[in-house]
Every structure is written in C-alpha cells, then in structure tokens.
Design a protein around this ligand. Structure first.
Ligand code: PLP
Length: 400
C-alpha cells in the first residue's frame, strides 16, 4: 500500500503512541481531581500546553485550548468571537476554505450575518486588493486558511493581518492552520494572528484531538459550556492521552520541518515533474511556488478522477480526487472551481499528499504506474479528437 493521502489524515507516529500509552491504563485519573493520583495526568496537560504554545510561538500557555479536532477549533473560534461581540455583523472569508468553515458561514448568513467570500487567481493566490476593499467598521472577523487542503497553496498570513489591522483594529483574525501545522513554521505573534486552529491527525497524532489558540486580547464565548476545564473556554473532562499525543506530535513536527522543506519537497517535486512530463494530458492546477512541501494537485484532462482513483487503488495507491461524490452526483471541487481550472481538467484532478513516511521507491512506483493508468482511461474517453489536438499542442511546445 502506498499512501499519498496525508492531507486527509496521517499515520500515528510510534513515539506519539508511546507518549499516549501511560494515560490509558496507568495514569487514568481525572486531571481535575485533588488527590495525588491525578497529578501525573494534570502535569501531562500542563506540559502539553507549553509544548503547543512553543509550537505556534504563542506568548502564554493560557492562550491554548485543547479541542477534539480542527472543525471544533474553527467553530469555537468563529462562533466564539461572534457571540461575544454581537454588535458587528460582517465577516470576510475566502472561496476556498474547508467545509468546516464554509458550511458554518452559510448557516451564519441565514442568521443575518453578511459574509464576503474573497476569490483566488488561477495559481490559487488570494485577491488581497479585494480583501482590503471589503473591510469596514462593521467587520467582526476575517477568517482565512493558512494552507489549502486540496492544493497546498499558502496564503500570505502576515500581509493579510497587516491589511486587517491597517483598516480596522477591532477586527479579529482567525487562521485555519490545519494543513500548515507540521509542514511549515507557525508563528502567531510574528504573523499578527488572533485565533488559530490546528488538528493532530494531520501531523501524526491521532484523530480526535486539536487545539485552538486565542490570544489574550481576544475574548470568546465558549462553544461547549459545562465544567471549568480549559479555563472555562471548553468544558469536558480533558482527553489526557490524546493531549499528550498531540504534544509529542508537535515536538516531532517542529524537529521535522527541515525534512519537510527538503526531502518531502524533493519527492513531491520529483513525482510532479515526472507526471507532467510523461503524461501529455496532465496539468499542474496551481502555481509552482507558494505551496506546502508535501502537496501537488494535478489535473488529467478529459478523464474522470474517480476512475483514476479506482485504478490507483487496484495497485494499492491511495490519493484523493478534487470531486466530492455526493448522492450519486459528482460535484467538482469548490477550490478548483474558484481557481477557474478548465472544465476539461477539473473532473480528472488528483491530489497527491506525501509525508515523512513516503519513500523514494514509492514515488518511483507511482511515477511508473500513473502513465499506464491514465493511458488506459484516456483510451476509452469519448473526447479522442480533443485529446489528439492536446497531444499535438504539447509536442509542438516541447512539453511532452
Ligand atoms: N481545515 C482544513 C484546512 C482541513 O483540511 C481540515 C480537514 O481536512 C479541517 C479544517 C478539519 O479538521 P478535522 O478533520 O480535524 O475536523
């Protein structure tokens, strides 16, 4: 099995699992209890909070809230800011956010909020002029992802925070860093971020644990109300083993950033350039720079993405398509649509996402097999004239 779907989820690192184990059967006390037996559990949480603080360079451990996932972090941040400050009713976000953010904004629109969705260009880069023009005195929140889950495109977070603060100092800035954490350095102070969400299962911690950064100047109303855990910002008995696992994963991710930027990137680039060179009906759906090191999104023209995935699966290769198959109809990806990816390629777009576990041998295997798969599917495409024209064009331009 060759797993190139690490933006969907990742394998748990063995050191992470090891760090979690003591808190299942030995140190299982409720960390809020007052007897000595709970000390190891409460110490583990305290230590983990410090590790996450350092991981994102927050100023204070009190600014870290443990959550159950990236979706909860985003929901807590967005609803938390808007519920605390009911006077402003305007939100700015982008057309390419994750559904956990976009679907929430659609709900908020029904509740009377005005939401502006900023567009991107064909490389996937955000229209900063449009963003700047939309900020008004009524803007409560700007919410932007750091790296896109489908394309890997990185948004210029520092520039965006400067734009926001120059136009309205009261506007809060939430960053969904779920796909950035573990792939590029995260620094909330340097980038002027008010709230930031991460999710453990995207960087080799288990599914079911995340964190939210809320800077000390930002006040939120909690999403989950109950006990006094997480300083009253998120009720519920703490998930000690998973919190310990998240912290270990963050430590390992921090140490591994150089490997991501060099080795993971080298393998991604090798795969990408070989596929683009060896398959005439392929195109890179993004620009080449400005991306996290592990992701490439390639469109195969005049073929169906789901069919490509099935053929890949037969060979034990896991990746994702840009389409979401919902109730029998194939909806093209909202991200690729926002980038104006041509209709000829949008349905045949595949996201390959690597990790520290991806090997050269695996990349060589996928490089060898993909042209065979695409050729097989292309042969049964009803668009043979268009494909012949495309091939001629690519050969004429020396790109095949
Ligand atoms: N934000 C982005 C950019 C994501 O890619 C994901 C998950 O794919 C999420 C948020 C949601 O994270 P979780 O699955 O932990 O809820």
């Amino acid at each position: 099995m060759i797993y190139l779907d690490n933006n969907a989820t990742t394998k748990i690192d063995e050191h992470v699992l090891e760090a979690m184990m003591p808190y299942f059967q030995e140190e299982y006390a409720n960390p809020s209890s007052i007897y000595g037996f709970s000390k190891k559990a409460s110490d583990a949480i305290k230590e983990a909070r410090g590790v996450i603080k350092d991981f994102i360079n927050a100023k204070d451990e009190k600014e870290i809230i443990f959550t159950s996932c990236g979706s909860e972090s985003a929901n807590t941040a967005i609803k938390g800011v808007l519920t605390y400050n009911k006077s402003q009713k305007h939100i700015i976000t982008t057309k390419v956010e994750h559904p956990c953010v976009l679907n929430l904004y659609q709900t908020l629109e029904k509740q009377g909020y005005k939401v502006d969705y900023i567009g991107v260009n064909s490389d996937g880069d955000l229209d900063l002029e449009e963003l700047e023009a939309k900020i008004t005195a009524d803007t409560a929140l700007v919410s932007v992802m750091w790296a896109n889950n489908e394309t890997g495109v990185i948004f210029p977070i520092k520039k965006i925070s400067e734009i926001i603060k120059s136009k309205n100092k009261e506007t809060k800035f939430f960053v969904d860093a779920v796909q950035a954490a573990g792939k590029i350095p995260i620094d909330v102070q340097e980038n002027g971020i008010d709230l930031l969400g991460i999710s453990g299962h995207k960087f080799h911690a288990p599914k079911g644990i995340g964190a939210l950064y809320v800077n000390s100047k930002t006040l939120i109303t909690p999403l989950i109300v109950g006990g006094h855990q997480e300083r009253g910002k998120r009720a519920g008995t703490e998930n000690v083993p998973y919190i310990a696992g998240l912290a270990k994963a963050a430590e390992l991710a921090q140490d591994g950033l150089k490997y991501e930027a060099t080795e993971v990137k080298r393998l991604r680039d090798k795969l990408e350039s070989n596929l683009l060179k060896n398959i005439y009906n392929s195109r890179l759906n993004t620009g080449v720079s400005n991306r996290v090191p592990n992701t490439t999104n390639i469109g195969f023209e005049y073929v169906e993405g789901e069919l490509i995935l099935l053929h890949m699966s037969d060979l034990g290769i896991c990746a994702s398509s840009g389409s979401a198959c919902t109730s029998g109809s194939l909806e093209p990806s909202h991200v690729l649509r926002a980038m104006n990816v041509p209709f000829t390629a949008i349905h045949g777009s595949i996201r390959f996402s690597l990790s520290k576990y991806t090997t050269e041998k695996e990349i060589d295997y996928v490089t060898e097999k993909m042209p065979e798969i695409i050729q097989k599917i292309t042969a049964i495409s009803p668009y043979q004239d268009e494909l012949a024209e495309l091939k001629k064009h690519k050969i004429a331009n020396g790109r095949y």
